[in-house]
Design a binder for this molecule. Structure first.
Ligand SMILES: Nc1ncnc2c1ncn2[C@@H]1O[C@H](COP(=O)(O)OP(=O)(O)OP(=O)(O)O)[C@@H](O)[C@H]1O
Length: 919
């Protein structure tokens, strides 16, 4: 194909892309509206099409060659150009062709370029990467996920999206094939493993990092929690202060290891909506989103949280192609319009003039808003299959991907501060004490890790140094041979009248030196070597002088022809001998010197990163080491490393922790000062404090009664209060009479003492108004009693936190993570707990579903019977949940759902929390 044709081809493709757009109003969903002119233009270029066949043959050979040449060992794969340089990576993955009767419409030209013959023209597309059918799941992970996860660990949000026609390998790429989660690990499994490996091997204390996940699907624009089998449709909310988007009541579960994650995902997949699509037997007709949250505490008051979203999008095929009618048609329309919204959002992200990004156009884009913005790393894989039967769909996937990749922005780190200053001295003291505890544990950990790292480092240096020593040993052997020859030569010439200061007698203790090397006594070797070396140099200097003298004498002889000419001439052989000796020793010493320099160079280059590592601990050490290395003073280096090995690391650890200790001292001082101040003003302060508490409690109680949702400042009260509360309107319908009584009760108590006091009041009220208040009061009571038992619902989490820690953590992120303790201490029969502790993973899907649903039903019934004490006669006997009902269909009794939710041991996204203060 000549250059002009290629050029035409590219031009056509560009024009086609520019004119391509999706017509949302069309009944068939997504299709491509080509402008008449462009169709004409493409048709008028038959040359390009004709040339394709010739080109095809030529390229076939090249491609085969390319495929053969590009066999590589994945283990030793070096990624020269990792895909983490730009915020959005758009890639194509071509799955193997299953239909052998069909021609291939695709040609992978190189790692970035793919051609498609869409039955009309041949189009060329370029992407960050084109993955071949032979590329493994590991390769995908290594190229796509690993670099982005490295960023996510540093606090960036990230999203991985797979887009494509049904059956092209989206689910396979993600690793979400039901019952095959372990056999066919994809991006999700590899990524989770990577994250756990990273943190388990990191310097962070286990309590300073956590990984949690939630799992949901969007089906016909409705959101379902895949980790909660009650089939409730969830709503998207936005935090008025932080503008953060979250799914209300979506369950986020902390996971300890990859096994737990797999169990949860497997359980979630069993809940997923699958449709018997023509294109694929288990076609996913919904978008599936797995959010992984990584929390890391980086100082006492700061942490970073990254949200990594794995999105398996629903199939993008045309409705006509999938022969959909009725509900399937409805599904397909919604899928297509949400995919269109996704494409719009992504393509607008890079437009710096674009103020408004239409996230609200679909639930998908709205949910992904946190990870699909200019602050995040985005990775999109378009999956395609080669056969020409699907060339239209493949072409549309390639266009979609192409449209997504033209954006540029820089992601930002999610650094958040969880604490604000407390105005109350008591709380301030508690806060400072907690800080001290935190830093003390850091010091302890730091000391031990630094000294062990120091030892490791010293060992590594010694190992590195051993290499040139071994070479030195070999050289010494050669030198020894030469020396022996020299000695015998010298012996033969002993009868000469002139002996240049008995140089040949210089003894080099080769045997001894080599022994030292093989015994690993580098230090002793160096001492001995230096001595010998000095000796040789000394002698070398003397010989040089002798030689000069002899030369002078010879010259004089030649010139003067004096009487003693004879005598001097007899010394000529000695001149020769001396020259030989000088050459030999200078050569020998130069060889040794070279070796020595080489060994230092090795230290300088190979261990630069080790030096850097040390530098992290202590800059002084680093400078000193670099200085020594620069001076090529191997002896000093070894000595220094030796001292580092033994005592210096302790010192470094101490000096590093000194800074922290100073901080602790300052904090202690601050505590004393604050305590002093507090003493001085104790009367007024305590009164103020209690009064504040009373007002806050009263306010909260009023809010509970009115059922009005609270904004953040209302929830937090003022910062002096550790109480935070979100009202639940369904559980707060006290009568006016009760409100009055409550207020009276408050006035009597005057100084409420927090939750237990409130609980008491509620009990009193409950007793007095038993007749009138039945369900609602009981529900309030249940809130308080469940709080005592350690159950966590939207109201009691914050109360229980406040009991444990009196400082006021204020957190803007809405992902709520439960500590392991909280899960273990409260083995409620809920879905997630069951899944996490499930022993037998081999039981079938239906058995699993039945078991988990049965348990939930039993628990819900128990809750209803024992805790809520429902008045069965008034609730017309419909409180029992029939576990035979479809788990995705809504359960009629809202109270039953509430009861189930309340018995769950995990946090939900609609709550305020601090991930590190719950124990
Ligand atoms: N790269 C690949 N290598 C081998 N087999 C693959 C590859 N990609 C997909 N497959 C196989 O092709 C079939 C269809 O793939 P998959 O279910 O992942 O498609 P999908 O795009 O997720 O479809 P849907 O939209 O219907 O969920 C599966 O049997 C899968 O194992």
């Amino acid at each position: 194909m000549n250059r002009q044709n290629k050029f035409n081809l590219q031009n056509q493709q560009q024009q086609f892309q520019q004119n391509w757009r999706y017509n949302e109003s069309d009944e068939e969903g997504m299709y491509y509206e080509e402008q008449q002119n462009d169709i004409e233009f493409e048709r008028q270029s038959p040359l390009a099409y004709n040339n394709y066949n010739t080109f095809n043959n030529q390229q076939q050979n090249l491609t085969n060659q390319f495929e053969n040449q590009n066999q590589y060992d994945e283990e030793s794969l070096i990624i020269e150009n990792p895909l983490d340089q730009t915020p959005i990576q758009v890639m194509i993955r071509v799955r193997p062709q299953f239909n052998i009767d069909s021609q291939s419409a695709l040609k992978i030209v190189d790692n970035n370029t793919i051609y498609i013959n869409n039955n009309e023209n041949v189009h060329s597309f370029k992407y960050s990467r084109v993955f071949k059918p032979s590329d493994s799941q590991e390769t995908i992970f290594k190229y796509v996920c690993e670099p982005i996860l490295q960023h996510a660990i540093q606090g960036y949000n990230a999203s991985f999206l797979v887009y494509g026609q049904t059956g092209t390998g989206k689910t396979h790429t993600m690793g979400l094939h039901q019952n095959n989660l372990l056999e066919e690990p994809g991006m999700i499994q590899h990524s989770l493993k990577f994250l756990f490996d990273h943190f388990n091997n990191s310097q962070l204390n286990p309590e300073d990092w956590s990984i949690s996940l939630n799992f949901m699907q969007i089906y016909i624009e409705e959101i379902f929690d895949l980790l909660n089998p009650n089939g409730q449709k969830l709503q998207i909310r936005e935090d008025s202060e932080s503008n953060e988007v979250y799914v209300q009541d979506l369950i986020t579960v902390p996971i300890k290891n990859i096994d737990q994650a797999i169990k949860l995902i497997e359980a979630g997949l069993n809940q997923r909506m699958l449709g018997p699509q023509n294109m694929n037997q288990y076609s996913s007709r919904s978008h599936t989103i797995l959010n992984v949250y990584v929390n890391q505490r980086i100082s006492y008051s700061e942490y970073i949280v990254s949200n990594i979203a794995f999105v398996d999008l629903a199939g993008s095929e045309r409705i006509k192609k999938s022969n959909s009618t009725g509900i399937r048609m409805e599904e397909a329309k919604k899928i297509n319009s949400s995919l269109s919204a996704l494409s719009n959002v992504i393509s607008l992200l890079g437009n710096s003039n674009q103020q408004y990004i239409p996230y609200r156009d679909s639930k998908l884009t709205r949910i992904l808003q946190n990870c699909l913005n200019s602050q995040s790393k985005i990775s999109i894989i378009g999956t395609v299959e080669p056969s020409e039967d699907n060339s239209f769909e493949t072409y549309s996937t390639l266009l979609f991907a192409s449209r997504c990749q033209d954006i540029q922005f820089l992601p930002q780190q999610n650094l958040q501060n969880i604490f604000t200053m407390n105005s109350d001295p008591q709380e301030e003291i508690q806060n400072l004490k907690d800080q001290i505890k935190y830093y003390q544990s850091k010091i302890k950990k730091m000391s031990s890790s630094i000294s062990s790292d120091g030892t490791k480092f010293a060992k590594q240096i010694i190992e590195t140094l051993k290499k040139p020593f071994t070479k030195l040993g070999r050289n010494l052997k050669q030198a020894q041979k030469m020396n022996e020859q020299l000695h015998s030569q010298m012996k033969n010439k002993k009868n000469t009248s002139y002996e240049p200061i008995g140089l040949y007698q210089a003894k080099i203790p080769f045997e001894e030196m080599m022994q030292m090397i093989s015994d690993g006594k580098e230090q002793e070797f160096l001492n001995l070597f230096e001595q010998t070396f000095e000796d040789i140099f000394q002698k070398y200097g003397q010989i040089s002088l002798e030689l000069e003298k002899l030369k002078e004498v010879n010259l004089a002889n030649q010139n003067q022809k004096t009487d003693d000419h004879q005598q001097l001439t007899s010394s000529r052989p000695n001149t020769k001998l001396a020259t030989e000796l000088i050459e030999y020793y200078s050569g020998f010493s130069q060889t040794l010197l070279k070796q020595l320099l080489e060994s230092e160079q090795i230290v300088d280059t190979n261990d630069r990163d080790l030096l850097e590592k040390i530098g992290e601990f202590n800059q002084q050490t680093q400078l000193k080491l670099k200085d020594i290395v620069k001076k090529h003073n191997i002896k000093e280096l070894i000595q220094y490393v030796d001292t580092l090995n033994e005592t210096n690391y302790e010192k470094i650890a101490k000096s590093e922790s000194y800074r922290v200790k100073q901080l602790v001292l300052q904090l202690k001082k601050k505590i004393e000062d604050t305590a002093q101040k507090n003493n001085d003003k104790s009367n007024t302060n305590i009164k103020d404090f209690l009064e504040k508490q009373r007002l806050i409690n009263e306010k909260k109680f009023m809010i509970k009664q009115s059922g009005t949702p609270l904004n953040n400042s209302q929830i937090i009260g003022d910062n002096s209060s550790s109480m935070s509360l979100r009202s639940n309107s369904s559980s707060n319908n006290l009568t006016q009479q009760q409100q009055q009584q409550q207020q009276q009760q408050n006035q009597v108590n005057n100084i409420p003492k927090g939750p237990s006091n409130l609980k008491q009041m509620m009990n009193d009220l409950n007793q007095k108004n038993k007749q009138q208040t039945s369900n609602s009061v009981n529900e309030n009571q249940e809130n308080f009693s469940s709080q005592q038992e350690g159950c966590y619902n939207s109201n009691n989490i914050n109360n229980s936190q406040s009991k444990k820690q009196s400082s006021t953590p204020i957190h803007i992120q809405r992902v709520k993570i439960l500590s392991e303790d909280q899960i273990e201490k409260n083995p409620q029969n809920n879905f997630v707990t069951n899944k996490l502790t499930e022993q037998n993973t081999n039981i079938t899907k239906t058995e699993k579903q039945n078991i988990s649903e049965k348990k939930i039903v039993q628990q819900a019934n128990q809750n209803l019977n024992k805790e809520m004490q429902f008045d069965r006669s008034s609730s017309s006997g419909s409180n029992k949940i029939d576990y035979n009902t479809n788990s995705l269909s809504p359960i009629p009794q809202e109270q039953q759902l509430n009861s189930q939710l309340k018995s769950c041991n995990f946090y939900k996204k609609n709550q305020k929390y601090s991930p590190f203060t719950d124990n």
